[in-house]
Design a protein. Structure first.
Length: 465
């Protein structure tokens, strides 16, 4: 009986012998789905299983798309690429890079499969254009819960495209995806180090300046020291790339291209090392200041440029160890949310000797209604996304549950794939009710027998189905 697990090993589930399928062509998928339907068995499609929620847990038939991973075509005139659902982000980026093209949204982890990304909350931190990967899906070819082949695009069955961009595996099996692409745009990185209290006091002007000067902005908030680092990214002309990078560029460029804002190659090893020492809160803060604050001071004077296609790097099975806890907050509520968050971290530091040793991630999600379950459907959003190096720590769970409550009070919307304990209880209540209703009506039309909805989504949408 095969056992599957998510990226950090915190979620595992068994698949009945013979029920884990890895088809190589669409006809096989049709047969699998028809047979499951005839036996009233539910179908779950898995990708790279990067999720930290049970959204990918299957109870009957489980389909892996790993053997359907070909890049089918590139249309240079209309700037699109068509790939099979199991193609990885790394594969597609590598192929497009050779053609002088890039995807509009390139995340850090190259293991992600395009079929999954085409209909989930995967995003970067763009501020000048849409930040969600699914917003650039131009069309899909899918096997419906009836076992039929259906194409949904901007010209065929277009009324369903906003729902397909939020499929989350609940509408059928995404076999092929056509994505819009851009011509290559090198991405220049620089850093700003500020005191978080000062930034919050001048938030309106500070955000205006960040948005006016950059194409992407990624933040790292260090609650223990009160420091806030902005990683500022700007697209530049290809000819502007320095062909002979200085020593700092040579170091940080490859590191950045390999991970999420230097976490795996700079911060995470340091944090894991200090966590293993079981230091007291006072000692941990001192070590944190020495091993983290010093690199931050160096980074604020650095800058470098990379090809964005370098960012989708394959991680090894033993690489992940930390956990995200991702909530989006309406931009107008973000200052109050961060202040409440900092108060919460202070309470846990004093009362539970619990310290967030990893930085809390901040990213921007502009207003975007391209997908029905978009977390920025109602307006501009900014993330507060704590991270922790030991997902099994019971105090981390206590912190997550307390964090849920303050996030909800500030109008927060959790990440279906990443917010463990939060999304399943709060997403449906927090999301725009009109678009949620529209999505569920389309989902029911596609799948009247509930073949493609697992226990996680049944609970998440409880009271709405």
């Amino acid at each position: 009986m095969p056992t599957l697990h998510n990226w950090n090993g915190q979620i595992q589930f068994n698949v009945v012998n013979g029920k884990l399928k890895a088809p190589t062509q669409i006809a096989e998928i049709q047969e699998i789905v028809k047979q499951a339907s005839s036996q009233n068995q539910r179908v779950t499609v898995v990708g790279a299983m990067h999720s930290t929620t049970e959204c990918m847990v299957g109870s009957d038939v489980v389909i892996s798309m790993k053997n359907m991973n070909n890049i089918l075509s590139v249309d240079k005139e209309h700037l699109t690429v068509t790939v099979q659902g199991g193609a990885s982000l790394h594969q597609v980026c590598s192929h497009l890079r050779g053609l002088g093209l890039q995807l509009p949204v390139i995340l850090e982890f190259g293991n992600f499969q395009i079929g999954a990304m085409s209909g989930t909350h995967a995003n970067d931190t763009s501020i000048t254009r849409k930040a969600q990967f699914s917003s650039y899906v131009a069309g899909v070819k899918m096997v419906t819960p009836e076992g039929d082949i259906m194409e949904v695009s901007e010209t065929q069955n277009a009324q369903y495209l906003p729902a397909v961009r939020s499929h989350f595996g609940m509408l059928g099996v995404i076999c092929e995806v056509t994505m819009n692409v851009f011509k290559t745009q090198p991405l220049h990185f620089s850093f700003q180090l500020v005191e978080v209290d000062s930034f919050l006091d001048g938030f309106t002007e500070g955000v205006k300046v960040l948005k006016g000067a950059n194409d992407q902005v990624f933040g790292m908030l260090f609650p223990n020291s009160g420091k806030l680092v902005w990683q500022c990214r700007k697209f530049i002309e290809p000819g502007a790339v320095n062909s002979r990078p200085n020593a700092l560029e040579a170091l940080l460029g490859p590191i950045e291209s390999k991970g999420i804002s230097l976490f795996p190659d700079l911060f995470l090893p340091l944090v894991k090392a200090t966590t293993g020492l079981h230091l007291s809160p006072v000692a941990a803060e001192a070590v944190n200041a020495a091993l983290v604050d010093l690199p931050l001071k160096i980074m604020q004077h650095s800058s470098y440029t990379i090809d964005p296609c370098q960012r989708g790097i394959i991680y090894g099975e033993d690489d992940p160890g930390f956990e995200f806890y991702d909530w989006m907050i309406p931009e107008e509520n973000w200052v109050d949310m961060v202040r409440s968050f900092l108060q919460l971290t202070g309470v846990f530091r004093r009362e539970h000797e619990f310290i967030l040793t990893l930085p809390t991630v901040i990213y921007f999600l502009p207003h975007d209604q391209s997908s029905l379950l978009s977390r920025s459907y109602g307006g501009n959003m900014i993330a507060v996304d704590p991270m922790y190096p030991d997902p099994s720590d019971p105090t981390w769970k206590m912190f997550r549950l307390a964090f849920n409550e303050i996030a909800m009070k500030h109008g927060g919307i959790p990440h279906i794939n990443k917010t463990r304990d939060g999304a399943i209880s709060h997403f449906a209540k927090a999301h725009d009710q009109g678009s949620l209703k529209q999505y569920l009506e389309i989902r029911k039309k596609f799948d009247p027998k509930n073949l493609f909805i697992n226990d996680y989504f049944k609970t998440l949408f409880s009271g709405y189905l």
